[in-house]
Design a protein. Sequence first.
Lengths: 503, 399
Amino acid sequence: MSDNYDVIVIGAGHNGLVCANILAKKNRKVLICEARENCGGLVEESITNFVPQIPLSVSSSLGGLPVKYKAKSTIALSESGQHIRLVGNQHIDHKVISGFSSKDADRYVEFHDKMSSFSKALGSFMMASPPRIMNNTFSDYFKLFKLGMNVRMLGKKKFNEFARMIGLNIADELEDNFENTLLQGLIAHDAVLGSNLGPRSPGSLINLLYRMATHDNSIFGGIYEIDGGSKAFVDTLLDISNKNKVEIKTSSSVKRCITENDKAIGVELHSGEKIYAKKIISNADPRSTYFSLLGTENLDTDVKRRIKHHRSKGKVAKLSLSLNKQPEFINCDKNDLVSRMVIAPSIDYIEEAFNPSKFDKLSMEPILEMKLKNSDQSNPVLDIQVQYASYGAQEGWDKIKDNYVDAVIKLIGKYAPDIQSCIETKTIVTPDDIEKNFYVSGGHWHHGEIQIDQLFMLRPIPGASQYRTHLDGLYMCGAGTHPGGGLTGIPGKNAAQAILEDA
Amino acid sequence: MNRDLRFTALKKTPFHSRTSLASRTNKYYNWNGFTVPTEYSTTELEYTAARNGTSVMDLTPMCKYMINGSNANKFVDYLVTRDLSQMEDNTVAYIIWCNEDGKVMDDGTIFKFSNTKFMLCCAVKIYNWLHDSAEGFDVSFEDATDTTAALAIQGPTSCSTLKNYGAEDLELLKPFGMKQYNINGYDVLISRTGFTGDLGYELWTDPANAENMWDSIMEAGKELKIRPFGMHALEMTRIEAGFIQTNTDFMAAEGSLRPVRMRSPYEIGMGWLVHLNKESYFVGKRALKKEKETGNSERCLVGLDIDGDKPAVGSVIYNEKKEDIGIVTAAMWSPTMKRNVALASLKRPYGIKIKENIFAEIYHPEELEYKKIWAKCKVVKRQFFSPERRNKVPADLYE
């Protein structure tokens, strides 16, 4: 039995593609096995409103992607028409908020500066492979030391503030600072987005810092985006793969990892075909990687426990409405409609929407983030991210889906009264659908909650950080690893580095 | 049913009406939530019965788990370090199991009825561990601790006693064998196992049969020097036999607060139970393989033969430079062997490469004063007492 390939990547999600290409550029012979017909995985507009936001480090290690910085604008919708429009520029935002409360405007600049310095301090740590104390190596200690120094260098006052805030809930911090409930709601929305937390859940603040670290250290800042969005990103990655001679086998779902002497030596497809390689990398989520690929019979009990307790229940559904004309949002002009529109009028509103989700139930008044696509054309599409659409909802998604969609549309109707008459078709993708169609257990964007106990060297589980699994020769490169999802490609890049280090 | 758990009394075993009647000292202790005698009359007398006649001990508090299901054999092989793939039906095996770091959680015995049915006996409760380990295996568990009455019948005349009780052809049962009987209308499982290092058996039955079984066996052994014995006497016999006890000779991995106190099988003399060449994976295999390959085991558990006749209970062990190299975990003056013996946990290479010139600092209490003794020790085989009759088939019979 000979190694046909140097590396097999399981799953052609964007992280798998990034990882494969970095390895191929280092002259590794790489094969990607993808279960679906198409590559790209969750990088699909039907799943999230996210656009690929590729850090320059990832772009450069792939030989330079056509990414450029794009400013973003956000509008917090209010039923009364008193919307707040923010662009991520301190001067402009200050002026906008002054229109509502001059106190809030000053406080906003202070709050933003503080958060920004924290996210910068965490930033380099966020992007690199996390250290692992168990390794007892100089470089790992140095990384930790650097993080400590980054935070300490903020100064004594800010350091104390950082220590105070790191486990805090976002609601407390916002209520301490601002009086405008719409502004509170908007920031709280971005803090809980994609997570299993409400604004009053401890730890919701770190979620916001995480988001800022991937948004140029700004709450409403822009991102490094690729022209043409998700489709272009996947196409570009496939082009590069072609150039780097990465082989891609689609419609080839992997059944399990083949092991010999407790080392991964290949994969067995569901078709029965066996392919061998020196290293195997899983782009799948941690649960699938451990329980299906590695196999429960090859895991220690403690590891089984950790994987079973790994929190990965998705909470966001994506609703796409194809429209026959542009809907009239109250008090919005054409420029507003290209912004990101958020319906989360207050912290209490969000918390109420969150409450039923604790019990895996659905709120009929969820929080929404909307984007109008093709707004200048005759067939615009309204892309809506619906939060607290629980995975495995108790009501049963099959039964409640239509009612839920209607409830969301009714909710939008409060802000755009004519929405009903504009709708041609509606499609919803729930976390359950993501699990079924994209093989992501729990249907979580990030393959697992971004929380302090599932971050850094604890991501996805203790003992499996730094992109290595418990099985020699089997690695992970998906969003389940540090630093998580968000279409950045960083896990893929870091995983490739780990593999090159081991070679 | 609403009683506050804090004030719930210790449970009584199904033998309690008999053990309490036999107890002259009223000395009991808490074993796994049950109240059982530490000694009935005097420990010395009970010990002597165990070595010269038949001793009877209530084993009911032992944790007993039934493991059923189509994957039961695979599961058991996954759970423990020993290779059980070739284990025959109706036999018993001594086993240990580890956590992911290859640290020992407990030892015990596994009873195999068939590929789909096992019984696990151990000291530390592991119901949760079994369930969490079972992910991916078709098995189910039943905690049979309260629903199985167990009695240990140990000593040179134990086989004859049980034959009188009604266990036909028992002398032909091999060590670590087991056989199902029906005696006095009840099913009784008899295994040739025990914790005294002598000829002996353990009986497993329905709690409804407990009192009848106790009475019948006492009657059957009347002429064979039968006597109930408590935990203190058992402790003496098990030290002589060189058997280890969890949380006495080593800390159970799940229970120790300090990671440095956890021990791998190699560090407690249980390396022979680790089968790294076992085909399937077992819990802790990766860690144990690494330890074996790098040879970085730090401690060892050995037997010590100590000069003099003062038991080295709790003694610290020193090398000739008076450097601390370990501790005695169990010690006694062995009346049978006429030797001062101990089990000790030593820092390697002491105990492995260096077996001489080590010393125990013994504090011997003498009427409110301690006599400090600096006693020379020799590392010896841990199994101090192992008479031929222990493994003899057919077993010795007496009239």
